[in-house]
Design a protein around this ligand. Structure first.
Ligand code: GTP
Length: 597
C-alpha cells in the first residue's frame, strides 16, 4: 500500500485539467503515442466538443520515481461542472490528496474555491498547481498571492506547469509520491469499497468504479451493495489503464473496477458501499446521498409516431446515466412524451443533445421547471414539477420553492451589475468579501427557479466573461406563485404554461407573448397569442397572416426543382409541432422563459 497514491485534479472549468491529465498519461507511457487521442479521459463526443468533463474516469499510472521505486498513481477524474458536484464529492472521497489547478492568467475563480472547500471537507492533502505558465498573460506572482491570501495554502509548495508544452509534468508525478500520503486501510478486515462512478458496457453490463478502503476482493466472491441490499457474483476485478486490465484481486487502498453481471447503472448507486456477503463490514462508508434531480422538463417527439423511438432511446441513455429520471407524460397540445428530471440545466442539455445526435430524434423540450412543494387547504402536500399540473389556487394554503446559496466571484467593477441582476432575480445579498484588492466574492440566496434558465449566460455577459458562479441548494421557502397560461388562437397550450412569481406575473406574461410572437412564423391566418392568469387575460400579441407560395416562383416548369423546394420546406418544418392549426417551432417552448434584455 505504501506504493499507492490516490488523487484527483480539481480546477475551475477551462483551467486545463483534461490537458494536464493527458500529459500525465503520456508521461508514464501506458498508451502508445499513435493511439493517443487528446483528452483521452473525456470519452464522450459531447464532452469533447464542449470541452467539459461530465463523466469521471480514472486511470492507474505506473511510475518509477526518483527513489527508483515503482509507484501506482491512481488519477481519479472529476466532473468539472456544478451540476455534477455530488459525483465530484464521491470521487474526492476516494482520494488522499488533490492537485488544485489554477490558470496562471485567470487566477482563482468560484469553482477553484468551491472545489477547495470540498477537498478540505474530505481532509485531502492539497498541492496547488499553477498551470498555463507559457501564456504571455501569465502572472505567477499574482496567483501565488491569491493562493496564500484567498485559499490559505502555502504558495511555496505550488508546482508550476504548462500542460500545453509539458513543462513541470514530472514535478507533478514526483509531487504525488513525495507529498501525498499513501492510503491507510487493512486488507485483513471485512471488505469496504466505495462506488464513486459506474458506466455501462454493452458486452459486460455495468462496470463499477470503486475505491477499496478495507479488505480484498476477487472474481468468484459474492458482493453486497449495502444501500440496495442486492447481491451479485463477481465475474472480474481489475484496474483502469485507459483499457481495463483484469487483476487476480483488488486490495485495501486500491482503485479499480468490478464486473458482476449487473444490468444497468441504476442498480448501482454512486456513493454506496460494497462489502462481502460472507464477511460483511459493520456499516457503510459515510456520506451516501442520492443524487436528486432539481430541474424538470417534458420531452416530446416532433413526429407523432416518434414516441416508441424516444422510449427506447431514453431507456438506453438511462443505462449509462443513473441520475436521469423519467416517466410517461401526456400533453393535450403535444401528445405522448416523458417528464424528465435532471441534475441541472447542463445535464438537461447534454441529454437533449445525446438524444438528438446519437438516436437521431427530433424533439420538443418544454421550459425547464423546478420542483414546488404545495400545501393544500386540507393539509395534504403535493410535489409539483410540471406547471401544467398546478392545482386550483383556491385550494392552496401555501407554496414553497427551492432556494440556493450562490457564490459569485467578480472583479469589483462589476459589483453593481451583479447586484442588480441578482436582486432582479429575487435574490437576497447575504454577504460579500474582498478576496484581493479588486476581486470580490458575493454571496446571494436566490430562488432556484430564477437561475435555471439564462442566469449563467446573463452573468457572463454583464461581467464580460469575468464572473464565475457556483451554487448549492439550501432549503425550501414560502413563495407566491401563479400559473401563467398561454393561449394560442384561444386554446390553452399546456406545454407553454409556467409558474411565475405574482409580483412579476404581468411583466412575464407580456415578455412571453412578445417572445412567442417572434418565434412563431407567419402562417396563412392570423395567430392570436394571449397570456392569462386564472382565466384573466393579462397580455396579448398577434402574428399577422402571410401568404407564402414558394412554388409560384418556379413558373410551373421544372417539376424536380419544385419537389426540391417542397422537400426543403418540409425539412424546415421538421422541428415544428402542430398545435391545433398552428405550427410552433421547438425554440418557442423555451423562449417563454426568456427575460427581457
Ligand atoms: N497556453 C496553454 N493553454 C492550455 C494549457 N493547459 C490547457 N490549455 C488550454 O486551455 C483550454 C482548457 O483546457 P482543458 O484541459 O480542456 O480544461 P479543463 O479544466 O479540463 O476543462 P473542463 O474539462 O471543462 O473542466 C484548452 O483550450 C487547452 O488547450 C497550458 O498549459 N497552456
Amino acid at each position: 500500500m505504501k506504493q499507492i497514491r490516490n488523487f484527483s485534479i480539481i480546477a475551475h472549468i477551462d483551467h486545463g485539467k483534461s490537458t494536464l491529465s493527458d500529459r500525465l498519461i503520456q508521461a508514464v507511457d501506458i498508451v502508445s503515442d499513435r493511439d493517443f487521442k487528446d483528452q483521452i479521459l473525456d470519452n464522450m463526443d459531447i464532452e469533447r466538443e464542449r470541452g467539459i468533463t461530465i463523466k469521471s474516469q480514472s486511470v492507474c499510472l505506473p511510475y518509477t520515481a526518483k527513489d527508483n521505486k515503482q509507484y501506482f498513481l491512481n488519477l481519479i477524474d472529476t466532473p468539472g461542472h456544478v451540476d455534477f458536484s455530488y459525483e465530484v464529492s464521491r470521487a474526492l472521497a476516494s482520494c488522499e490528496g488533490a492537485f488544485l489547478l489554477i490558470d496562471a492568467s485567470q487566477g482563482v475563480e468560484a469553482q477553484t474555491l468551491a472545489n477547495l472547500y470540498m477537498a478540505l471537507e474530505h481532509n485531502l492533502e492539497i498541492i496547488p498547481v499553477i498551470n498555463k505558465i507559457d501564456l504571455p498573460s501569465a502572472d505567477i506572482e499574482r496567483v501565488k498571492n491569491q493562493i496564500e491570501e484567498d485559499l490559505g495554502l502555502d504558495p511555496e509548495k505550488a508546482i508550476l506547469t504548462s500542460a500545453k508544452t509539458g513543462t513541470g509534468i514530472e514535478n507533478i508525478l514526483e509531487g504525488a509520491v513525495k507529498y501525498l500520503p499513501p492510503p491507510s486501510g487493512d486488507s485483513t478486515l471485512p471488505l469496504r469499497a466505495l462506488i464513486f462512478d459506474s458506466h455501462y458496457d454493452p458486452f459486460r453490463g455495468t462496470i463499477i468504479h470503486v475505491r477499496l478502503f478495507d479488505g480484498t476482493l476477487k472474481a468468484g466472491d459474492t458482493i453486497k451493495l449495502m444501500y440496495n441490499n442486492a447481491f451479485y457474483r463477481v465475474e472480474e476485478v481489475g484496474i483502469f489503464q485507459i483499457i481495463r486490465i483484469p487483476q487476480k484481486k483488488l486490495s485495501a487502498g486500491q482503485v479499480g473496477y468490478i464486473i458482476a453481471g449487473i444490468k444497468t447503472v441504476s442498480d448501482t448507486r454512486c456513493g454506496d458501499t460494497i462489502t462481502l456477503k460472507s464477511k460483511p463490514c459493520e456499516g457503510p462508508l459515510p456520506g451516501f446521498k442520492e443524487a436528486k434531480p432539481v430541474v424538470f422538463s417534458s420531452i416530446y417527439p416532433v413526429a407523432s409516431d416518434g414516441y416508441e423511438e424516444l422510449a427506447v432511446a431514453l431507456e438506453k441513455l438511462k443505462l449509462n446515466d443513473a441520475s436521469l429520471i423519467y416517466e410517461k407524460d401526456t400533453s393535450a397540445a403535444l401528445g405522448f412524451g416523458f417528464r424528465c428530471g435532471f441534475l441541472g440545466l447542463l445535464h438537461l442539455e447534454v441529454v437533449q443533445e445525446r438524444l438528438e445526435r446519437e438516436y437521431d430524434l427530433s424533439l420538443i423540450l418544454t421550459a425547464p421547471s423546478v420542483r414546488y412543494e404545495i400545501i393544500m387547504n386540507d393539509g395534504e402536500t403535493l410535489i409539483i414539477d410540471n406547471p401544467a399540473l398546478y392545482p386550483d389556487p383556491t385550494m392552496i394554503e401555501k407554496t414553497l420553492e427551492p432556494y440556493i446559496r450562490a457564490g459569485i466571484i467578480v472583479p469589483d467593477r462589476y459589483m453593481g451589475a451583479v447586484m442588480s441582476l441578482c436582486l432582479d432575480r429575487r435574490g437576497i445579498n447575504k454577504n460579500y468579501q474582498y478576496l484581493t484588492n479588486n476581486r470580490l466574492e458575493m454571496i446571494f440566496e436566490l430562488p432556484l427557479a430564477e437561475i435555471v434558465y439564462d442566469f449563467y449566460d446573463k452573468l457572463k455577459s454583464i461581467t464580460q466573461g469575468y464572473g464565475s458562479f457556483d451554487y448549492e441548494i439550501i432549503d425550501y421557502r414560502e413563495t407566491d406563485m401563479v400559473k401563467l397560461d398561454i393561449l394560442i388562437n384561444g386554446e390553452k397550450v399546456d406545454a407553454l404554461a409556467q409558474l411565475v412569481h405574482r409580483e412579476r406575473s404581468v411583466e412575464r406574461g407580456r415578455t412571453a407573448c412578445e417572445k412567442l410572437k417572434d418565434e412563431i412564423p407567419r402562417q396563412m391566418f392570423k395567430i392570436a397569442i394571449q397570456g392569462a392568469i386564472g382565466g384573466k387575460i393579462i397580455s396579448r400579441s398577434t402574428v399577422s397572416p402571410f401568404r407564402k407560395d414558394v412554388t409560384a416562383k418556379c413558373y410551373g416548369g421544372d417539376i424536380s426543382r419544385k419537389r426540391k423546394l417542397l422537400e426543403k420546406q418540409r425539412k424546415g418544418k421538421k422541428r415544428m409541432k402542430m398545435v391545433g392549426k398552428v405550427m410552433i417551432p421547438q425554440s418557442a417552448f423555451l423562449s417563454v422563459l426568456k427575460t427581457d434584455d
